[in-house]
Design a protein around this ligand. Structure first.
Ligand SMILES: Cc1ncc(COP(=O)(O)O)c(C=O)c1O
Length: 401
């Protein structure tokens, strides 16, 4: 027998999935799903997508069904450049790269920048998908806690300073400034500026992941981190997964011309280009105004669900449980007083009836965060949101020590 495992990339093989993974799974069939960060499936604009696809193919099937440029459709890049003005950013369509989801954006950035042992930081906790992308490329990933304004800037500076004298200085900071996954919190404008100042001082890049920016329920849109960057140190990504559909696998990157060109080369070498059909659908969806209409509609639906989840938590949770109160996005973060419950036991107790995302998925340190959990309020029906929170609260009370 040939031991094929010996041939696998050691960085990939050294990645350990979170401790909760074998217990949590994706939820039992029939269980209420408060786990994954998915839009409400009842509202996928599938009929519109079918019409837009048909119209686009009728007009332009030879281009859509063929190979094309790695950077993506110029018209869609032009729309994204204009849309970026909402983030107080002025860019040229040449600074936009279309890719297969923001997950691919992270992989492209990792491929471009990170060799095994290279240093990067992310928030603690941070998006589980990013934890696995960056860990599987063999980078040295340091997690830095957040305070009320965002990533702790003092700790970040200490780390950047410490790495300055090492063989591998800090190269990248991965940050989610708006409606953070899993916390639901937002980074202050002051902290956004400080981040850019630090990146300039210590010469590292920032990957700004803005997956939830369109889903604002209270307050106003803040200028992006990229808007404060005058030196081309911020790489920005956002996605069509939430305002259109995750199954289309389409997202974008905006960056300096130099970085965009380098990432386009990586994209071209990896998989040629993002799907043309997806790009054609997204182009019509955006240009004909459907995207902003859909967002406006969904924000009413999601705000109601978010408020309902907050009321259910208030009603059912015991006093040793706390949670964040997001003003946008898809998630909130629940913390059970340390030592009160065994996180794995809670999964086993509630798994048949309700699924949620165990907190350890958002940390690198094995087993960290098992007294915490992420709840998504966008996917389930209003009735199930209330039921799910009630079941979870009953499970917590039953197991509490
Ligand atoms: C913060 C964040 N970034 C990126 C992604 C992945 O997005 P995509 O579907 O575009 O790969 C998600 C998905 O949940 C996310 O929450």
């Amino acid at each position: 027998m040939v031991d094929v495992k010996k041939m696998f990339d050691p960085a990939l093989m050294s990645y350990k999935p979170p401790k909760s993974t074998p217990y949590a799974g994706w939820g039992a069939p029939g269980a209420i799903k408060l786990g994954s960060g998915v839009p409400d499936p009842q509202y996928y604009p599938w009929k519109l997508i079918a019409t837009l696809a048909e119209e686009a193919l009728e007009k332009d099937y030879q281009r859509i069904l063929s190979y094309g440029m790695p950077q993506g459709f110029p018209e869609l890049r032009a729309w994204i450049a204009e849309h970026s003005e909402k983030n107080d950013v002025e860019i040229d369509p040449g600074q936009v790269l279309l890719c297969d989801g923001s997950t691919e954006a992270m992989s492209l950035v990792a491929k471009l920048l990170l060799q095994p042992g290279d240093a990067m930081v992310m928030e603690s906790p941070s998006y589980s998908g990013a934890v696995s992308v960056f860990q599987t490329c063999g980078a040295h990933v340091e997690q830095i806690p957040l305070d009320e304004e965002g990533i702790d800037i003092v700790l970040l500076e200490e780390y950047a300073k410490k790495r300055q004298n090492e063989e591998k200085p800090l190269k990248l900071a991965y940050i989610m400034p708006n409606y953070h996954n899993p916390l639901g919190t937002t980074t202050s404008v002051k902290r956004r500026k400080e981040l850019v100042e630090l990146a300039e001082k210590y010469e590292f890049l920032i990957l700004e992941d803005d997956a939830y920016i369109e889903f604002i329920y209270e307050g106003k849109r803040l200028p992006s981190i990229q808007s404060f960057d005058t030196k081309g140190l911020v790489i920005y990504t956002s996605t069509f997964s939430k305002p259109l559909a995750p199954g289309l696998r389409l997202a974008w990157i905006t960056a300096s011309p130099e970085i965009t060109m380098a990432l386009t080369r990586v994209k071209g070498a990896f998989n040629m280009s993002a799907s043309h059909l997806g790009q054609a659908i997204a182009l019509a969806y955006c240009k004909e105004g459907h995207m902003y209409e859909h967002i406006e509609k969904m924000n009413k639906v999601y705000k109601k669900k978010k408020d309902l989840m907050l009321s259910a938590l208030e009603e059912y949770m015991p006093e040793y449980v706390t949670w964040t109160k997001p003003s946008g996005g898809f998630f909130l973060w629940v913390e059970i007083e340390e030592g009160k419950i065994d996180g794995i036991e809670l999964i086993q107790e509630t798994k048949a009836d309700v699924s949620y995302r165990p907190g350890d998925s958002f940390y690198i340190e094995e087993g960290e965060g098992l007294n915490k959990l992420r709840l998504c309020f966008t996917f389930e029906t209003e009735e199930n949101i209330e039921k799910g929170v009630k079941i979870l609260a009953e499970g917590i009370k039953k197991l509490a020590k």
